[in-house]
Ligand binder design. Sequence first.
Ligand code: NM2
Length: 526
Amino acid sequence: MSESSSKIDHGLMWPSVIVTGIIGLLLSLFPEAGKKAVDNLFAFITHDFKWLFLLFGLFCVLFLIWLGMSKWGDIKLGDPEDEPEFSTYAWAAMIFCAGIGIAIVYWAFIEPVYYLNTSILHVDPAAQKGMIGELAGMYGQFHWGITPWAIYALPTFPIAYAIHVKKIPALRLSAACRGIIGKKADGAFGRLIDIVVIFAMIGGVGTSLGLAVPLGTALVGEITGLPESFTLQVCVLVVWTALFTITVWAGLKKGIAKLASINTYIAYFLLIYVFIIGPTTFILNNWCNSLGLMFSDFFKLSLWTDPVTNGGFPEGWTVFYWAWWVAYAPMMGLFVARISRGRTIRQVVFGELVYGSLGCWIFFAIWGGYAINLQTSGTLDVYTVLKESGWSNNVTIVAILRAMPGGKYIFIPVFTILCSIFLATTLNSAAYTLSSQVTTELSGNQEPPRWNRTLWGLILGLLALGLLSTGALKAVQLSSIIVALPMIPVLILMVFSLMKWLKEDYGELVAAKVKVLPPEKIKPVI
Ligand code: NM2
């Protein structure tokens, strides 16, 4: 684990650090002007490009299903004798934990609450209460299901093919575009791609931090009785960043990995807890129903732009989510590619889509179902709590948790631990990936320099501070949306690169392959 021979690519590192630092500072110093700029940009990108985000999401699903089912699906990501390094369970669990963090615990309770009184797909919430209740459950499954996981999975294949088959040490995404851009990957064009990727990661993490810090503050406030304020948020952010900095500095990488695995048990506990206090049958019925609605309307949901009334639903939700996953896609692609050597394209496509979606569906089915039931059963008017708190997600999440039996003394404290660990692990892997992106000559078992990882942690903290100063959820969402836009063409380039490589290497084999098993290989009927 030596750090000595690694070099920093200054041309990549400093522009990204400086630009992010300046944005963070400007937003903190001029929150009002920042908020205006955010509103305008948000409206512009999400409105003018919503078709692009939606089409891209659907493209990812269709392309991957085709790829997995086609003859290319048989191709192994590795040498013929390579066997998968991890068991399928461990592999799926690692993918899920790497891809999902604070975001799901944040949205699973609160997202359906918004839908309970919103006109979605032109259904009038006042006139069609039953339908709106059902859509509230369904949309959670849609927004956290196949499409987002397909967005995550897309870059995995070009990267994995580059690393395991072409043997290019593709720590950078420009290398995975080589099939199409060739030598240009080493020049200005390659650098442009890598800068887009770095900003995508920064923007995506900015959204996660921007959501997590106020939630953490609200939870700390609930436990300690301190009133929620911007100052308390800053304190929480500073403590979190400081803790993170100390762990990186002290080289507690193993410690963080351990914390991450403990966190999965905490998550299981909190899921089972809510499933049991239930109402269990409502949760199961509602989940079953949601999946039905989602599958039957999949194309309509995937492409709904609301072009005539422009009510803002696709922009505020679907487009935002797709963008957020796009922003995280390079990081996930690099990670999943690394752990997937020895698996076939088909195994990885369907493994990631199925296990990933299933994991998210369970969170939304249980926690989201619980929140919907509070409203529809008349136990707690969560929608009114949300509205009267001035659309404060945090106040509403705390109210939902407090309504549970044992909410205050069991669920909330454990939930707070869950959130803190998730945040630490997300911040840690982001700082780690960012610094390996700007470090050259890093071999497989080397770590990027410690100061560099710490600096990234601090810069991300500064960005979060800026986003929080505007006090606007839109600023936090925009952080992902703005970086995802240029990331889409990069991802498409990678797909072309992959297809070119596959045809070059396997074209003839795949075309000639006749798959008939010899009779002795057919298992006898018992
Ligand atoms: N995604 C899954 O904050 C986090 O949980 C990281 C975010 C892209 C919405 C992942």
